[in-house]
Design a protein around this ligand. Structure first.
Ligand code: PLP
Length: 230
């Protein structure tokens, strides 16, 4: 476990070391993996410190929470923002105005809403399909049998490009429990010729990298425990 007493640069160094180790073990390149710093529940200033330490990609779960932080981040040149939490279609327009990549498309209908909003905004958008691979009732995402219909809708999009798949496996302490889910997502991505795989969080990103992750979503290992909701 990463000690939570370290300041941000120390935590980032620890995460980079874990990434290097997994990259080496799997014969991949560091450049093939994008570290998305999950800044949900942290302030704009925490995000700014991460940017100053060299991070460029940030993951947020809640559209409205990020809408409040975004004005404070105008000067962070080259920063990219990813929505990794569930998106309700009535927030598609706001999401398009705030994010460059949406990891959580779970229906053709949501994709169509996003494309309409992206056309209206004159802005390209990358999207990933969130796939629900476990039987857990609480887990979001489309069943894998919905992928073809979502890709058919994607072929008709003017501004949205579906680049990959995302999943959230059931929680496991050491990450090994997540491996079969990561393997399944990689098989599906190959089957549908999608290049991006968004998988792996603080406790299991090494396993995700070994199984082909291109986007890892890391919160706690970078920022420490999230502040308790008030
Ligand atoms: C919060 C969250 C993360 C980051 O989780 P950590 O365990 O803090 O690294 C990654 N992905 C999603 C979808 C999340 O909601």
């Amino acid at each position: 476990m990463t000690p939570t007493t370290l300041e941000f640069p120390g935590r980032l160094a620890a995460v980079e070391e874990r990434i290097s180790h997994a990259v080496e073990k799997s014969g991949r390149q560091r450049a093939d993996i994008t570290l998305v710093a999950v800044s949900k529940k942290f302030s704009a200033s925490a995000l700014r410190s991460a940017y100053e330490a060299g991070l460029r990609y940030f993951g947020e779960n809640y559209v409205q929470e990020f809408a409040l932080k975004r004005p404070e981040l105008e000067d962070l040149a080259g920063a990219g923002y990813h929505l990794i939490g569930h998106l309700q279609s009535n927030k598609a327009r706001l999401a398009v105005s705030l994010f460059q990549t949406i990891h959580t498309v779970d229906s053709a209908k949501l994709l169509q809403k996003l494309d309409a909003a992206a056309v209206e905004a004159g802005k390209p958008l990358d999207a990933l399909i969130e796939v629900k691979l476990s039987g857990e009732e609480t887990k979001a995402g489309a069943p894998e049998t919905d992928i073809p219909a979502i890709l058919e809708a994607a072929a008709l999009c003017a501004k949205v490009r579906v680049t990959g798949l995302m999943t959230m496996p059931p929680w496991s302490t050491d990450g090994e429990g997540a491996r079969p889910y990561f393997q399944r997502l990689a098989v599906l991505a190959r089957q549908y010729r999608l290049s991006q795989l968004s998988m792996g969080m603080s406790n299991d990103f090494e396993v995700a990298i070994e199984e082909g992750a291109t986007l890892i979503r890391v919160g706690t290992a970078l920022f420490g425990p999230r502040p308790k909701p008030v």
